[in-house]
Ligand binder design. Structure first.
Ligand SMILES: NC(=O)c1ccc[n+]([C@@H]2O[C@H](COP(=O)([O-])OP(=O)(O)OC[C@H]3O[C@@H](n4cnc5c(N)ncnc54)[C@H](OP(=O)(O)O)[C@@H]3O)[C@@H](O)[C@H]2O)c1
Length: 155
């Protein structure tokens, strides 16, 4: 089963829509903080379970039976948020490993670096190190800047 986190968010939901065009719905599971917001997916045959990066138990249940997991990064606010953000991603990586996933995909960012002056890049770099240490096969998707963010910044 392919598990997608953040499937109530913009990127995660778009990924699930693309997956539904390619694989049977029963092979897709979403790990979301609010299952009510994913009822429409459930109605289409997608497995919906609550999964919160701050609640390891919920992740173990949401990732059950995973063959591949897409971890959509949780954003952080400034440098102060980095330690918490790293703990959150560690919990997701641990849950993927415990579930027996053979591959993890992670939404990183181009410019991911421990020495970046931009806090999210330090968070991404730290997560990539955790993935490396996990021993699982992983793909770090070093995405460029989302156009949607530009609209947000413009106001
Ligand atoms: N490359 C870029 O330019 C760029 C720009 C913006 C963001 N990003 C990164 O890409 C990610 C996805 O972007 P997006 O536009 O899809 O953002 P989004 O719509 O805000 O989606 C983020 C998702 O992360 C989930 N999430 C947050 N905290 C979580 C937690 N504790 N446990 C589990 N899930 C949690 C949210 O869950 P809920 O639905 O329950 O809130 C949401 O579904 C962002 O989170 C951020 O890390 C990249």
């Amino acid at each position: 089963m392919i598990i997608v986190t953040g499937a109530n968010g913009k990127l995660g939901r778009a990924v699930v829509e693309q997956l539904l065009d390619r694989v049977p719905a029963e092979q897709i599971g979403v790990s979301v903080r609010d299952p009510n917001q994913a009822q429409e997916l459930q109605g289409r045959g997608v497995r919906v379970r609550r999964g919160d990066f701050d609640d390891a138990e919920s992740l173990h249940r949401a990732f059950e039976g995973a063959s591949q997991v897409l971890i959509v990064s949780a954003g952080i606010m400034g440098e102060a948020g980095i330690p918490h953000g790293i703990r959150q991603h560690q919990a997701a990586i641990d849950a993927a490993k415990q579930a027996g996933a053979s591959q993890v995909l992670y939404t990183s960012h181009m410019g991911s670096s421990p020495t970046s002056p931009f806090a999210p890049m330090i968070h991404h770099a730290a997560t990539e190190e955790l993935l490396q240490a996990s021993g699982m096969a992983f793909t770090s998707l070093r995405n460029g800047y989302y156009a949607a963010s530009v609209l947000m910044l413009i106001g």
